[in-house]
Design a protein around this ligand. Structure first.
Ligand code: G3I
Length: 362
């Protein structure tokens, strides 16, 4: 009798373990109760041109961000000309796969169309700015979960970046952008997004920017810490301090562009204007990367996710800047034509040690 009971208990425990493993075999299911797991996707992935990629996206991720196609140069190429084809498709893809869509991005100094860069008069530039936000945000009202309303408005020392927006519209352009976005798309969450805003000086600037928006009585819901970090140099202490500081302002925190770079470079951050000259010595793993380095990367990712889980009440989304290594922007920046390994899935879409290290936390 006792023996039967023992066997039944063992069987029940085995069943529970197997069920848990099956339930947690994907990122989106493993972290379902913690935060959304997102990926930035490119045009071909939005159009599901590759079946294996489409499956990877659907199974592993619960949120998507367009990597480029909602940026001004693509979506608003001429004064009266908008191109919504791919933006409409990403919204449809999100609906189909039950993934929320984060719009990236309404206001950014980079990837601006030529016509916008050539506007001379401040009044005309203000009209462009207003029309751009109104037209795009209102089109996706009720369909898009969140907007990166303003992207990368700060310098590393926390001062305002000398962008065309600052030059033509003055210091209040960030607040104004949030005011317009709120009006055009009232139900959508509105975020400020930047890289290195976990670093003390830039964080201070980011806090001032947020307070300015709040003091003006304008809604801001969250702050995105992009998370372009490098192997062995992930600033865990600064990230934790920043999560706490932004949360203390009443904001949601999200990690919006996560990757852990494996190749050398001589500066930090993600300013797309920074580049280095090509040199074969700076592309050491073109034919494959030693497993030890992938294990080190897995440790970095595990430490990060331990921190994210510790603050799961403050973090609402963790988005990777790409689904797999073959797609990453870090193969082309800051040096063109390199072979980088920054994400959780490899070039054959197979899970890497970093994937298993994260899943082992659940
Ligand atoms: O679309 C053109 C294509 O017509 C042309 O033939 C081709 C030749 O180079 O270039 C294509 O444009 C490229 C574009 O991506 C779309 O693929 C640009 O050269 C390339 O510079 C651009 O890079 C993007 C970068 O932003 C530019 O600012 C990356 O894919 C994208 O991952 C990156 O994303 C940014 C975030 O938006 C903001 N935070 C930093 C992050 C990484 O830089």
């Amino acid at each position: 009798m006792k023996k039967n009971l023992f066997i039944n208990v063992i069987l029940a425990l085995t069943f529970i373990c197997i069920s848990a493993t099956i339930a947690h075999k994907t990122l989106r299911s493993a972290f379902k109760k913690d935060f959304l797991i997102g990926a930035a996707i490119n045009a071909s992935q939005i159009e599901e041109k590759n079946d294996a990629e489409a499956t990877l996206l659907r199974e592993q991720f619960s949120a998507i961000t367009p990597e480029n196609i909602m940026k001004a140069e693509v979506i608003h190429p001429g004064w009266d000309r908008y191109n919504f084809t791919l933006a409409d498709k990403i919204i449809a893809l999100g609906e189909k796969n039950h993934m929320v869509v984060n719009g990236h991005t309404l206001i950014w100094h980079s990837q601006l169309p030529l016509f916008a860069r050539q506007i001379q008069q401040a009044d005309s530039f203000r009209t462009y700015f207003t029309e751009h936000i109104n037209t795009i945000a209102s089109r996706y009202k009720g369909k898009i979960y969140s907007w990166d309303v303003v992207n990368e408005a700060l310098n590393e020392d926390g001062t305002m970046r000398k962008s065309v927006f600052l030059e033509k519209l003055g210091n209040d352009f960030v607040t104004e952008a949030f005011r317009l976005a709120e009006k055009a798309s009232p139900g959508t969450e509105l975020y400020y997004n930047d890289y290195n805003n976990e670093q003390p000086k830039k964080r201070e600037g980011c806090i001032n920017l947020i307070k300015k928006i709040q003091d003006a009585g304008v809604r801001i819901d969250g702050v995105g810490i992009q998370g372009h970090w490098q192997k062995g140099k992930v600033p865990l202490k600064e990230i934790e301090e920043s999560i706490l500081a932004y949360h203390a302002l009443g904001l949601k925190v999200m990690i919006t562009e996560l990757d852990i770079e494996m190749l050398p470079r001589n500066f930090d951050g993600a300013d797309v204007a920074n580049r280095q000259a090509s040199n074969p010595a700076l592309n050491p793993y073109a034919a494959g990367i030693p497993d030890q380095l992938l294990q080190d990367q897995a440790t970095d990712y595990a430490n990060l996710f331990k921190l994210f889980l510790k603050h799961r009440d403050k973090i609402t989304r963790v988005t990777f800047w790409g689904m797999h290594d073959g797609q990453s922007w870090l193969n082309g920046w800051p040096i063109r034509g390199r072979t980088n390994y920054p994400l959780l899935f490899d070039r054959a879409f197979s899970p890497k040690p970093a994937f298993h290290a994260i899943m082992a936390l659940k």
